[in-house]
Design a protein around this ligand. Structure first.
Ligand code: UD1
Length: 427
């Protein structure tokens, strides 16, 4: 298993190109299932999760072709064609490794009239059910059966009629499943209390490029006039706001000065406001978002919330950054239970953090010290890398396959701006 070794204490400075958004990619890829014509996605990040999703689509009969990207390029262009579907089953082996596999459920049942997807297992950041996905598809007219660890969705003769989905709580994935299915329903559907994450707007815009009719994009009510068929399209994946936010924290925690090329500034308002409150200077420049931290860090009180609130996917990275602030910060996680698994690892590096229920009190310390730490989930792993960049001495992060799921060529991007970081392979 690979490890990342960081010799900390280097101030980062320079240019970091921001890749395509993982979470947008994972909902744009299953759009290929909605049409017999080719869907070409540009700016797809090179990530393990994107590869896994491609393999899942291959199993369903979707052909995938990657256009001549050079190894040194970031991102790539993939054309996906689902002329005929070979299967409507997403097996346990694939879903177990990647929860986002559930996003084939809506498009498959809408296009093929049936879909069978293994239930995602327990997840490191808490029990993550799929009840909202299933209720949404039921509201659109699907019949749902659960048996032997699988969920089967079936459309009535002639296809899904469409309907009114009212989400009791906001769910990104369930909104995506509902939106993809609604695009191919026979009638008009309304999705209320829809998630407003920018990746949902990216999905909606891609669907529109494929011929879907959607009103209310970016709002909590989406009105979708179902179409008999969708056509092919070429669409560019939006830049990754969470990757950009993570590098912003890297600048902040090292007292550095980074320009984040292509960062989606408008979609990052809550985190940029939090960075500014922490005393970090953020400004838009021609080449990208500049993040500069020269005067030390101030403590913050932050609570995660659905977009446009502060993203849960940035909680761990901000926590790492705030371990070095000049006072006590309070972070509250409202989206996922058990999303503080980085806390004991950060404590091994000298951080002072007390968790009480959903909140964590982070008392700023003078400095962190390098240690051997273990990555537990994607964003938690990044918080350990950030801590390692600022710590005195050597930090070794193991189980970095989590990082490969969501950060395109992390070591390379960090090394280019002055970090002493390398990947060691055990074999
Ligand atoms: C997506 C993102 C993830 C991000 C999260 C919240 C992808 C691939 N992943 O995950 O990075 O952290 O949004 O912004 O885009 N819930 C239910 N029942 C359901 C579905 C969700 O109770 O059927 C709960 C979850 O347990 C969680 C909350 O709703 O407590 C929000 O989850 P959701 O927005 O669905 O997250 P994901 O789509 O899984």
């Amino acid at each position: 298993m690979d490890r990342i070794v960081i010799n900390g204490g280097h101030r980062l400075s320079g240019f970091v190109p921001i890749s395509g958004a993982k979470n947008a990619a994972l909902t744009l890829l299953p759009c290929a299932l909605l049409t017999a014509e080719p869907l070409t996605l540009r700016n797809l990040p090179r990530l393990a999760d994107v590869d896994s999703f491609g393999h899942l689509l291959n199993e369903l009969g979707v052909s995938t072709a990657v256009a001549g990207a050079k190894p040194e390029d970031y991102g790539r262009v993939m054309t996906l064609t689902a002329a005929d579907l070979a299967s409507t089953v997403a097996p346990y082996d694939v879903v177990r490794k990647m929860r986002a596999s559930i996003l084939v459920l809506g498009p498959l049942v809408a296009r093929a009239g049936e879909a069978t997807v293994s239930l995602p297992g327990g997840c490191a950041i808490g029990n993550r059910p799929i009840d909202l996905h299933l209720k949404a598809l039921e509201a659109l007219g699907a019949e749902i059966e659960l048996a032997a660890g699988y969920v089967k969705a079936t459309a009535p003769e002639g296809g899904l009629p469409g309907g009114h989905v009212i989400f009791p709580t906001v769910s990104v994935g369930a909104t995506e499943n509902a939106l993809m299915a609604a695009a191919l329903c026979r009638g008009t559907s309304i999705i209320d209390n829809a998630a407003r994450e920018p990746e949902i707007s990216d999905l909606a815009n891609c669907l529109v490029a494929m011929g879907a009719k959607i009103d209310g994009i970016g709002s909590e009510r989406l009105v979708v006039e179902g179409q008999a068929s969708l056509h092919g399209a070429t669409y560019s994946v939006m830049p990754d706001r969470i990757e950009a936010g993570s590098y912003a924290c890297a600048a902040a925690i090292t007292g550095g000065d980074l320009v984040l090329g292509g960062a989606p500034v408008a979609e990052m308002a809550a985190m940029l406001a939090a960075l500014a409150e922490a005393g970090v200077t953020v400004s838009e420049e021609a080449k990208g978002l500049r993040v500069c931290a020269t005067d030390g860090l101030k403590p913050l009180t932050l609570s995660t919330a659905p977009h446009p609130g502060f993203p849960t996917d940035m909680q761990a990275q901000f926590m790492a950054m705030l371990t070095l602030a000049s006072g006590a910060s309070v972070l509250t996680e409202t989206i996922f239970e058990n999303r503080y698994m980085h806390v004991p690892e950060l404590a091994r590096m000298g951080a002072d953090i007390q968790v009480r229920g959903r909140s964590a009190v982070v008392k700023g310390v003078e400095g962190l010290v390098g240690a051997q730490v273990m990555a537990t989930d994607l964003r938690a792993s990044m918080s350990l890398v950030l801590a390692g960049l600022a710590a005195e001495g050597r930090t070794e992060v193991s189980r970095i396959y989590h990082l490969d799921r969501g950060y395109e060529r992390l070591e390379e991007k960090l090394r280019a701006v002055g970090a002493d970081i390398e990947r060691l392979s055990d074999g």
